[in-house]
Design a protein around this ligand. Structure first.
Ligand code: SF4
Length: 375
């Protein structure tokens, strides 16, 4: 089975912290949809004819598209890849796009999962982040999805904002729990170079929170949500049983996926590919029939490293038998040696032949993973 990711590179306005590829000029919408369909035709072979399990519209802001736009894309996806085997079709949406009419229109489309960029239920956070929506719109959007029969809802939350207190973060989590949202992705605010937020930090106008508070916010996130019955199935992702993101899980389990649109990534087990992060160059390449793509062929060491990084992020961990089977005895022995200290320190856990991060280990996952990599 394989995944299809379609990047919608438009946003009504840019958020302070965002480094995703998007632009605010909707005049390119029609040419872009034509190009995305053409790209699917040109790159149809990349996933080797495997049936699609998931489709994910990400962005950017996919909810800037209308029913007729999605119909064209779905028609092409069905014609080129076949969509009848899909079990999960996700739309990323901004809460303020989710008007009653818009949510009702989604019922005419095959979406069965909505992932909403709520980020916070606090007005001051939303204003700081330069989000378009307010608290009321976020609450209304969740309600409208449920009224229209969409139960499989995910929200994104951001924590670690300058000046954020532990109480404010707890209240955000409590709102999400009270709303009975079955899936939550929560990310620490990152100061990505090139973003407006980064410039504010450089100018001394905002100050990142202290490391100790970051750790407290992360442990509060884990404790609060697990106590409420969510499973912490990936470092930043929590879901009620039956509501894990199949599409994102496929990234962590080595499933093939093809990414369509500027900045989209693809992976088919043998190579990774990145589409150019420029709309004009993307459109030009597609028009010429030569998609502007960077390709990395994966050697065995890179495949092993990918397997470690993606596997250890999840609650399913890494089976050492899989390492031997896929990468040979040398890599298995290496992994066992590298893992030994962390096992002794209780930062990794070994059950049967599976290695997972312990509750303590999750807090220093990057360091552990890098020590397990083949260099
Ligand atoms: S809506 Fe999403 S993609 Fe667009 S600027 Fe904001 S965070 Fe970035």
């Amino acid at each position: 089975m394989a995944g299809l990711y379609i990047h919608i590179p438009f946003c009504a306005k840019r958020c302070l912290y965002c480094d995703f590829f998007s632009n605010t000029d909707m005049k390119f919408k029609e040419p872009y949809i034509d190009a995305a369909i053409r790209e699917m035709e040109l790159r149809q072979e990349y996933i080797g004819g495997e049936p699609l399990d998931t489709i994910y519209f990400g962005g950017g802001t996919p909810s800037q598209l209308q029913q007729a736009d999605f119909e064209r894309i779905f028609e092409a996806a069905d014609r080129l890849f076949g969509t009848s085997s899909c079990t999960e079709i996700t739309l990323e949406a901004n809460p303020d796009d989710m008007t009653p009419e818009y949510v009702a229109s989604l019922r005419n489309l095959p979406f069965n999962r909505i992932s909403m960029g709520v980020q916070s239920f606090k007005e001051k956070d939303l204003r700081f982040l330069n989000r378009r929506h307010d608290r009321e719109q976020a609450l209304r959007a969740v309600g409208l999805c449920k009224e229209n029969g969409i139960q499989n809802i995910s929200i994104d939350l951001i924590y670690g904002l300058p000046g954020q207190t532990l109480e404010e973060w707890q209240e955000n989590l409590d709102d999400a729990i009270r709303l009975e949202i079955p899936h939550i992705s929560a990310y620490h605010l990152i100061y990505e170079e090139g973003t407006a937020l980064y410039k504010l930090m450089e100018a001394g106008k905002v100050t990142p929170i202290e490391e100790d508070l970051s750790v407290t916010l992360f442990s509060t996130l884990i404790n609060r949500l697990t106590e409420a019955g969510y499973l912490h199935y990936e470092i930043s992702n929590f879901g009620r049983p039956g509501y894990f993101s199949r599409h994102n899980s496929s990234y962590w389990t080595g499933t093939k996926y093809i990414g369509i649109g500027p900045s989209a990534h693809s992976y088919n087990g043998e190579s990774r590919q990145w589409n150019i992060s420029s709309l004009p160059r993307y459109l030009q390449g597609i028009k010429a029939g030569i998609p502007d793509i960077e390709i990395e062929e994966l050697d065995i060491n890179t495949k092993y490293n990918d397997f470690i990084i993606t596997g250890l992020r999840t609650m399913w961990g890494i089976r050492t038998a899989d390492i031997r089977e896929r990468f040979g005895e040398e890599k298995q022995t290496y992994l066992e040696q590298q893992a030994a200290t962390y096992l002794r320190q209780g930062l990794l856990i070994r059950e049967n032949d599976t290695l997972t991060l312990s509750k303590k280990g999750i807090f220093i996952s990057d360091g552990i993973m890098s020590d397990l990599l083949w260099v």
